[in-house]
Design a protein around this ligand. Structure first.
Ligand code: ZN
Length: 500
């Protein structure tokens, strides 16, 4: 196990960690966490798009250097078709990040598919100004619900004619009151990529953090160290569209989701998780410890932000959507009100969690990494959706479209961030973001290759991870990569990502 004296701890460049994969740690947890931030989740997705590019580069390089994985049917890797759920074991998200985690992990979608969703529904969700009076909210949750039902219908891999009402937990026992009792896999889920949305429940004046997991979880006192945060247990029987609504129900955005679980839980109202905690990385760390105990570190905990906020006081109302930022009077007034302070601080202070995680992980050169666009999105509102010029990555056509200016701005800021040559000393970066991303990709690819190479040790685990048991019987996951014959290896070129 990695201790403070291990080679990867010694090597502050991060290079040793990236390659330190062996038979013992190949199945150690690979965790992705995604911050909240409204439309700015698009920037998180752009970082993930670059990650898929680096993964494909690394897959090709290792295939050349070390040969193809023995008995593998997969020889070509295409960035646009790559599934990140084949590389990560857990994806945590708050608010907009929760929506992304559901799409990537639960619905097993590609990054370009998610980007397309943001561009399509952005207009529905963020294209209209809120009511001028901040407390007289017009709830507009229907577009999100409808959009997610449509996404589920389109991307569901379990049903031939999907009705869009699929459950969020993978296994639901209809007879059991609580899905948790249905599975014996608590502590060791089947190794399919799981989605966990951090949200908050609300009853009266009390808000409490709440996890909506795609698997049942129980805290075993023999394993969980005393310091872990005990969240709710089990798995809540909610539809995927209910989960995405629950995680993104910011007041002033969407009406709170109320779900009736029957006794003993009763009715629970869900608030946007971002109100309580915008950055779910510490939650992911705590949950990992509750599964694996104190002595085990995750193989990787990659935390992705939605752009660094301004740290000054005016960053407060600046990022908050609606008319507040534009009216100096209201802005001043709103900053005095505790509820606004609370909301805005939590939305813009994912960086405090980051500092905490960096301390816990003793730096960022090993298993903990954070990527967050450092410049250019400081005052961008969570619901910014301005018409302007945008270049379609598929056709290369430049056009004025609704939201185009917002999308272009996020693309530009992300590209600058990912192409920066030097680490930012003020942010205590150990390496520039593009190097960090390359190291993350190498670690992910090396673990994937070793998992596949040793799949016969536990074939069911590997097949589950690859999504081959989604329908209850064994079936290849719909996957264009696997069907391409090995001979076309060189011919299939990597399409340049839209970030280039
Ligand atoms: Zn379905």
């Amino acid at each position: 196990m990695s201790s403070a004296t291990s080679a990867s701890a010694q090597d502050k460049s991060g290079a040793t960690w990236a390659t330190a994969v062996n038979e013992e740690n190949a199945w150690d947890d690979l965790i992705l966490t995604l911050d909240g931030g409204g439309i700015r989740g698009y920037a998180s997705l752009l970082i993930l798009q670059r990650l898929t590019h680096e993964i494909v580069e690394c897959e090709k390089r290792l295939q050349e250097e070390e040969g193809p994985v023995k008995d593998s049917t997969r020889h070509t890797f295409n960035q646009d078709e790559l599934l990140l759920c084949h590389y990560f074991d857990y994806m945590y998200g708050t608010s907009t990040g929760g929506l992304i985690s559901v799409m990537l992990a639960r619905l097993r979608m590609t990054v370009p598919q998610c980007l397309e969703i943001y561009r399509q529904v952005g207009n529905d969700l963020f294209g209209h100004r809120r009511s001028v009076l901040p407390l007289a909210t017009k709830y507009r949750h229907k577009p999100l619900e409808k959009a997610v039902q449509r996404i589920v219908r389109e991307y569901c891999k379990c049903h031939e004619n999907c009705d869009g009402h699929d459950w969020h937990p993978w296994n639901i026992d209809d007879k059991a009151e609580n899905a948790s009792s249905a599975s014996s896999t608590a502590g060791q889920p089947d190794r399919i990529c799981q989605s966990i949305c951090l949200t908050a429940t609300h009853s009266g004046q009390i808000d409490e953090a709440y996890l909506l997991r795609s698997y049942p979880h129980h805290y075993d006192p023999l394993i969980a160290p005393v310091w872990v945060t005990p969240y709710n247990e089990g798995a809540d029987k909610l539809r995927i569209w209910e989960v995405t609504r629950a995680t993104s129900a910011a007041p002033f955005f969407f009406k709170m989701l109320e779900a009736d679980f029957g006794p003993p839980k009763g009715r629970i109202g869900f608030k946007d998780g971002g109100i309580r905690e915008n950055n779910p990385s510490y939650t992911a760390y705590s949950e990992h410890a509750s599964r694996k105990g104190d002595d085990e570190e995750p193989a990787l905990l990659l935390s992705i932000g939605t752009g660094r906020p301004k740290t000054s006081n005016d960053g407060f109302a600046a990022a908050w959507p609606g008319p507040l930022g534009k009216l100096p009077m209201v802005e001043k007034w709103s900053e005095k009100i505790a509820v606004f302070k609370n909301l805005l601080i939590k939305y813009t202070e994912g960086e405090n969690r980051h500092k905490m995680m960096r301390t816990i992980a003793k730096g960022e050169h090993r298993w903990y990494k954070r990527l967050n666009v450092s410049k250019g999105l400081e005052d961008m509102k969570l619901d910014n959706w301005e018409t302007g010029v945008w270049t379609n990555p598929k056709t290369g056509v430049k056009k004025v479209v609704p939201g185009g200016r917002s999308l272009s701005r996020m693309e530009e800021a992300t590209r600058e961030y990912l192409e920066r040559e030097e680490p930012d000393k003020n942010l205590q970066e150990y390496a520039p973001p593009r190097i960090v991303l390359r190291q993350v990709a190498e670690r992910l690819v090396r673990q994937r290759r070793l998992r596949e190479a040793n799949k016969m040790q536990d074939l069911r685990r590997w097949e589950t991870h690859m999504g081959q048991w989604l329908t209850g019987e064994r079936k290849e996951e719909e996957d264009k990569m696997a069907s391409i014959p090995p001979t076309s290896n060189r011919a299939s070129s990597i399409r340049e990502s839209s970030l280039h």
